[in-house]
Design a protein around this ligand. Sequence first.
Ligand code: GTP
Ligand code: MG
Length: 274
Amino acid sequence: MSCVTIIFLSAFTEPWRTISWGDKDRDLNYVQDYKPSKGSVKHLRVLLYGPVGAGKSSFINSVSSILRGRMAIPAAVSAYETHTIEREDGDPDGFYPLVLSDIMGLEDGTNKGVCTEDIKLTMMGHVMDKYLFNSTSPLLSGCAGYEKDPSANDICHILVCVISANSAETKPSVLQKMKTVREAARDLGIPQVCILTHIDEACGITESNLKDVYHSKYIKRKVKMSSSVGFPMNCIFPVKNYNEETKLNDDIDTLILDALRYIINFGDDFIKKL
Ligand SMILES: Nc1nc2c(ncn2[C@@H]2O[C@H](COP(=O)(O)OP(=O)(O)OP(=O)(O)O)[C@@H](O)[C@H]2O)c(=O)[nH]1
Ligand SMILES: [Mg+2]
């Protein structure tokens, strides 16, 4: 089978979702100008979780690079870590009112990776910044690192599940942990979206041109699979994170900013209700 035939068989002629390429400044300005709609909330807090190695830290790093207009130094995380993003535009506020909280990944089996109980506590704002997660025992009330009285700035305003489009099937025990987290967020009324990373490695179409992401049958299948575990299709965003690049790229930025715009809108809806 020729290369052209393979691409024809694995691609839709019409995109299954539309996105405006070459218009990244519009989304960038939207994100850069964002202010929480409630004055008492200093920043919108985004909490990322997902299987180990899915690209949580890389996503935070990519967002930081895009907003600052230059590559940021990758963050190594084993603790609960809140990332602020410094403004480069001389704004007296100094930082964007957007913080991204990173946690260690979910792993197969018990006593490995972050405990779902700790993710729930993090969502509720009970985990202090820099707290080092313990895979074998969740944080207990009264212990060091436990915030007794979280404010509206400490709680998570939007939960982002990060999954790789290029990994083998997620293990049932990890899926179960993800479900537990999703249900806890649902009970707390926290909005949720899903980011599908590694699309540059997942299929030939997106490997050769990111702009064809919404023509790819494979990516659509992956999005559908994620929707079958509980995310509405329109809350799942395929992206490519910065990993080996030394310069910013408009197509990478467009996909990430599109996702970020939704993250901000959904998160701000939650802030309005606080
Ligand atoms: N090609 C490609 N590589 C990626 C992408 N996202 C992340 N990576 C790479 O995948 C590896 C894991 O990414 P991390 O960002 O460390 O993943 P993580 O979810 O933070 O992992 P843990 O903190 O260990 O749970 C790193 O080598 C990244 O450079 C992507 O979209 N495309
Ligand atoms: Mg990480």
